[in-house]
Design a protein around this ligand. Structure first.
Ligand code: 13P
Ligand code: SF4
Length: 393
């Protein structure tokens, strides 16, 4: 299959991450429940829940670290001790010194990564186990191993570096660790690809085709040498020749949120605001990235706006909650959502005040719920791939 930048497929969020094979979730030992009880959470006023959250934070003090991703809603992110993009949050988990528990306000793969990178005595919790990532669910170990096997019939797999975007399950990170591969995030994908090409001549990049393509394009890899691997088709839908001449084999996955931004949104925005600059996340399609002025991770987007002079006009192509927060925090600039449609990460949004209060209060009562635990073998090999990434940076 030729590399078609805009091609994607519709995905229904299955929430498979809830049952990711590599992770076990602990249910409440006294209550025996896995999901939020109605009483005394769902029906409680926000003010009361805020007070209860603050009370647990005070009680657990340094033993508790709440990490929050930038896409979290305001009512939740305000309780994060530290916030960041996926890369920064991995570093924070790896560097955490005093805490015994990390409550992760983000999605499942982030909590898994925190479990892998934090000290052995730290337990990681995800307030709602249904907070998965539809992109991470587009690649699974079985399909990647099958692709690897198919590729081994055509090329020397010792000359392929598997690179997984951090938005993936721990067993795929472990696959990369075992095969001399590495993890990347949206803020270091270029450095990681350089690392990979310094060692081997080919890369298998999963699960986000757009991040892989957008990054490899900055390194002048031609599109013809970036076939897309569709796991549902023989040879991923490619000819043997196109795979033999490939340099980056892109998994057919995408972010359902970022793929909604279209190049015509950029054109329309520029027409409305001729002095504007367009700032997008690299999970957007290649055409959107090419039409934009600046591209980078959520942390990059935030820093760019923070450093911009008053009067700047931005069209921003990333998740809605972050764009709205930036607009609120920088009233001296014009900050607008790039798309006329709502592009919101519904799974990030699952972390809300009731779930956070439930998770924290059970932790304080010593009846923890929703622990995310990666088994030791998977954790070992995924740590290998994650450490390679942290060293690259
Ligand atoms: P970053 O936090 O690395 O920018 O990635 C965004 C994202 O999609 C997280 O799921
Ligand atoms: Fe996954 Fe996209 Fe949501 Fe990020 S924004 S967590 S990639 S679905």
């Amino acid at each position: 299959m030729a590399s078609d930048p805009d091609e994607g497929f519709t995905v229904v969020l299955t929430g498979r991450s809830l049952t990711a094979m590599t992770t076990t979730a602990t249910i409440g030992p006294t209550t025996g429940i896995t999901s939020l009880p109605f009483e005394p959470y769902r029906d409680r006023p926000d003010d009361e829940l805020r007070q209860r959250i603050l009370a647990v934070k005070e009680e657990l003090s340094d033993a508790l670290l709440i990490l929050g991703h930038h896409y979290q809603q305001d009512e939740v992110i305000q309780f994060a001790d530290m916030r960041g993009d996926s890369y920064k949050l991995s570093q924070l988990a790896a560097q955490s010194q005093t805490c015994r528990s990390i409550v992760f306000c983000g999605v499942h793969f982030m909590a898994e990564t925190a479990d892998v990178l934090s000290r052995d005595e730290v337990a990681v919790y995800l307030p709602d186990l249904a907070a998965g990532c539809s992109m991470a669910d587009m690649a699974d170990l079985e399909s990647v191993e099958a692709a690897w096997q198919d590729l081994s019939d055509l090329v020397d797999t010792k000359d392929i570096t598997p690179v997984t975007y951090i938005n993936s399950s721990a067993d795929l990170k472990a696959f990369c660790g075992r095969h001399g591969g590495i993890v990347c995030t949206s803020s270091n994908a270029r450095a990681v690809l350089e690392w990979a090409f310094a060692r081997r001549s080919r890369v298998l990049f999963f699960p986000d085709q757009h991040l892989g393509r957008n990054t490899a394009r900055t390194m002048n890899v031609p599109l013809e040498q970036m076939p897309v691997w569709d796991p549902r088709r023989p040879l991923g839908g490619n000819t043997a020749d196109s795979l033999r001449s490939s340099r980056v084999i892109l998994w057919r996955g995408h972010c359902s949120v970022h793929q909604r931004f279209r190049p015509e949104h950029v054109a329309q925005f520029r027409q409305r605001f001729p002095a504007s600059r367009i700032l997008v996340h690299p999970e957007c399609t290649m055409k959107v990235v090419e039409a934009a002025d600046l591209v980078g991770s959520t942390e990059f987007i935030i820093k760019t706006v923070q450093q911009a002079p008053a009067g700047s006009v931005w069209g921003i192509g990333t998740e809605l909650h972050l764009v709205n927060r930036l607009a609120h925090e920088h009233p001296d600039q014009t900050i607008q959502f790039l798309s006329p449609m709502v592009c919101m990460c519904a799974t990030m949004y699952r972390i809300d005040l009731p779930h956070l209060a439930w998770c924290l209060e059970n932790l304080a009562r010593n009846t923890p719920v929703n622990r995310i635990r990666v088994d030791s073998e998977t954790a070992h090999w995924s740590r290998v791939a994650l450490q390679r990434m942290l060293e690259v940076n």
